[in-house]
Design a protein around this ligand. Structure first.
Ligand code: GMT
Length: 376
């Protein structure tokens, strides 16, 4: 098939899912065309059958706000016409689903009817799309797509409740490349961050308020009181200064490493003993899954779709949102019993391989593409 994929290029789950899917589809022999306004960071490198189309808005004195969504639709039209795209798979409803719809309306007859698949990732439904400004546009995008997928059962329910849609929604979980996200550290980062054998806790996110990053630091400060430990914070975003401030207030700044954005988190994750994800809301929790694939147990919050990823007592623990004391207590229990921690890590790894591998997830998308192509 000739498949277009549109996504955000920045450090965020939807762009990662879209990029990894594009690579996997190209490896499986499909011709893949990726649309974004910059090269998504997980797409760096050369892949046969995979093409990148940059959306360039240009500038004009009249435009205070250059119309990048129109530019996106124009790029989709240009490529769909040129290569005869079969399917356009957009990731994150706002504004991609509407851009795709516009492109389909304009695309020449010669292309046939371009099919649109929209994957909803989370805040496109719970925050951005639910906001009055975008509500009707988001609903329109969902209703006009030929297929809609969500990344968890939870998000499918939220979509139906929030937008009152009754259409079929397919649930396709996030996947992880378990051959790249491995339990063995490839570089000796553990020694670098924890030279005296301290325990290592890690968090990765884009530090938006929904990620509740200050609770990572609060959890760590309690753990640090009980045992020598280091915290590695990966990512950047609006709440980074607040996280630094809490680390300073609680006296753990010397034991906390803020690494900023990192492209190859698979090199860092295996150095961790535990992964912390105290989100206020999480539709799936791709970062947790990537940690699990590296054999790292996860302490997260009981919110959104995280319960579909982490099984309490088996490969991690879940606590109520905001209950960092619970997270710290769970973390200390796990860290105090190394054989048990390792067993949880093995269970996490097994789950990543058996339930969330690309070999299981990618064919689910292929089946959806085939289904929409066969629809009248
Ligand atoms: O925050 C978002 O909703 C956007 C998205 C992103 O681009 O960062 O993250 C979401 O999509 C991921 C991939 O499907 C999910 O694993 C994340 O749980 C989800 N984030 C949230 O729901 C907060």
């Amino acid at each position: 098939m000739r498949i277009g994929i549109a996504c955000y290029p920045t450090h965020g789950g939807s762009g990662v899912v879209a990029s990894e899917l594009g690579i996997d589809l190209a490896k499986r022999g499909h011709e893949v065309h990726v649309f974004s306004y910059a090269l998504p960071f997980r797409l760096r490198g050369f892949y046969e059958n995979l093409f990148f189309h940059e959306i360039d808005v240009g500038s004009y004195p009249l435009f205070k706000y250059p119309p990048w969504t129109l530019a996106a639709a124009c790029k989709m039209i240009e490529v769909a016409d040129a290569v005869k795209l079969d399917v356009l798979h957009v990731h994150y409803a706002v504004p991609w689903a509407v851009c795709a719809h516009l492109a389909r309306e304009v695309v020449s007859e010669s292309c046939g009817k371009l099919k649109i698949v929209t994957t909803l990732h989370g805040t496109d439904i719970t925050l951005v799309g639910a906001e009055p400004t975008f509500f009707k546009m988001t609903k329109f995008g969902i209703e006009r797509s030929d297929a809609v997928t969500t990344v968890s059962n939870y998000l499918a329910g939220e979509t139906k409740n929030t937008f009152g849609v009754t259409r079929q929604i397919d649930i396709v979980y996030n996947s992880v490349d378990h051959e790249r996200f491995l339990p063995q550290p490839r570089r000796c980062c553990r020694k670098h961050f924890a030279p005296d054998g301290e325990k290592v806790l890690m968090h990765i996110s884009n530090f938006r308020p929904v990620k509740n990053v200050t609770d990572v630091v609060r959890t760590f400060a309690l753990v640090r009181k009980a045992t020598p430990a280091k915290l590695i914070m990966v990512g950047e975003g609006p709440d980074l200064p607040a996280a630094r401030e809490v680390a300073r207030e609680l006296g753990v700044e010397k034991d906390t490493h803020f690494l900023g954005n990192q492209d190859s988190v698979e090199e860092l994750l295996p150095c961790a003993d535990l992964f912390l994800l105290p989100s206020q809301y999480e539709s799936f929790g791709l970062a947790a899954l990537e940690a699990m694939s590296c054999g790292v147990p996860v302490i997260a919050t009981e919110t959104g779709g995280l319960g579909e990823v982490v099984c309490p007592g088996e490969d991690g623990w879940l606590c109520r949102v905001g209950d960092y004391e619970c997270m710290a207590a769970r973390a200390m229990d796990v860290l105090a019993d190394e054989p048990r921690r390792k067993e949880m890590g093995r269970a996490a790894r097994r789950k990543a391989e058996l339930k969330f591998s690309p070999g299981i997830i990618v064919p689910q998308y292929e089946n959806i593409y085939r289904r929409v192509l066969n629809q009248k």
